[in-house]
Design a protein around this ligand. Structure first.
Ligand code: ASP
Length: 341
């Protein structure tokens, strides 16, 4: 009798399991940079191109989740799509350094294991996010920089590419304008003011993604060319775990974009997740507090995409726009650029 009822329970459980798994939420959110992005300063063609590329990146990531793939794979699928587009300040469309080169930063984090990988200041890597993942999975380290990171890439069979691959006329124009402005200011410290004065949309475009897979695991990743006219080997927040990227299954996953120096000093991504974890705040409340309550008053411009294990998504920014898109099992795909959409 006991055996019969036990096997009945077992088969009932087995019967229910696929249904339970199917009910588990999946979700993805992506960004393509935050800044002074205004509809009036964009041509309809530019707007269309951005929306289409965001949608493509979102769909690639979501497709991975739908077929039961991991959140890490979804994050990489979405980010590599944006890295290979000249529209965004990551990979192909990376901004120029003061010396007329491109130095790329990226990081990725696995919310299940809290493993992380990052690369900083790489010049010959077509997909920095893919290399960051290799650092996480194939090295005992978290962050590799410059030539060392590229030697590691070679050891993993990753081809090195010419730095010129990242050249684009619009980014060069932006660099020249920034340098003109800097010459007038005569102070290196004012380079942010110079960058601030540049026309949109040429100065934003860091990319990032956060995802939740069917197994309930969160992941986050970010990839960038950094800031126009950066010099002296400047590294922003994007490759810094806790600042530009963070993921922890116990709280949330975050990818940030904005003025990196502020995001590093305020440990933005980790701070948002700490508020979720220890204060019981929602991802919307926690990100609003950090982005609008703490960063905005001190001049820290930018935004974040945040996702928790229940599939709740927050897309929070204190600028006039943020290229962004999201989709979950309970929310259809949304692509947005401007404030209040
Ligand atoms: N956060 C990036 C950096 O400071 C730039 C950006 O997101 O636009 O390098």
């Amino acid at each position: 009798m006991k055996t019969v009822s036990l096997s009945l329970i077992m088969s009932a459980l087995l019967f229910c399991m696929p249904a339970l798994a199917a009910e588990r939420p999946i979700a993805i959110a992506i960004h393509g940079g935050a800044g002074t992005i205004e509809k009036s300063k964009m041509t309809p063609e530019q707007e269309k191109a951005y929306r289409a590329k965001l949608r493509e990146a979102l769909d690639k990531g979501y497709a991975v989740l739908e077929r039961g793939g991991s959140s890490l794979d979804a994050v990489v699928a979405a980010i590599t799509t944006m890295e290979s587009s000249p529209l965004f300040n990551a990979g192909k469309g990376a901004v120029y350094t003061y010396d007329g080169k491109h130095e790329l930063d990226a990081s990725i984090m696995d919310g299940k294991t809290r493993q992380a990988g990052a690369v900083a200041g790489v010049q010959h890597i077509a997909s920095p996010i893919s290399l960051a993942r290799l650092v996480m999975e194939k090295s005992p380290f978290v962050m590799l920089a410059g030539e060392g990171a590229e030697a590691f890439a070679r050891s993993q069979g990753v081809p090195l590419v010419d730095n010129k691959l990242f050249d684009t006329p619009k980014r060069l124009k932006q660099l020249n304008e920034a340098k003109e402005k800097l010459k007038k200011e005569r102070k290196v410290k004012d380079y942010q003011a110079a960058v601030d004065a540049l026309p949109t949309p040429f100065k934003v475009g860091t990319v990032g993604a956060v995802a939740l897979d069917r197994a309930g695991n969160l992941a986050a990743g970010t990839s960038t060319g950094g800031m126009t006219a950066k010099r002296y080997g400047r590294i922003g927040d994007s490759p810094v775990i806790g600042a530009g990227t963070f993921a922890d299954n116990d709280s949330c996953a975050v990818s940030a974009t904005g003025h990196g120096e502020y995001f590093i000093r305020y440990n933005v991504a980790a701070d948002i997740c700490a508020r979720v974890k220890y204060q019981g705040k929602s991802v919307a409340e926690a990100s609003d507090k950090v982005i609008n309550g703490i960063l905005a008053p001190i001049g820290g411009t930018g935004g974040v995409i945040v996702l928790d294990r229940s599939g709740n998504i927050a897309l929070t920014f204190n600028t006039t726009g943020m290229y962004r898109a999201s989709r979950s099992s309970s929310q259809p795909a949304q692509v947005e650029i401007f404030q209040g959409e």
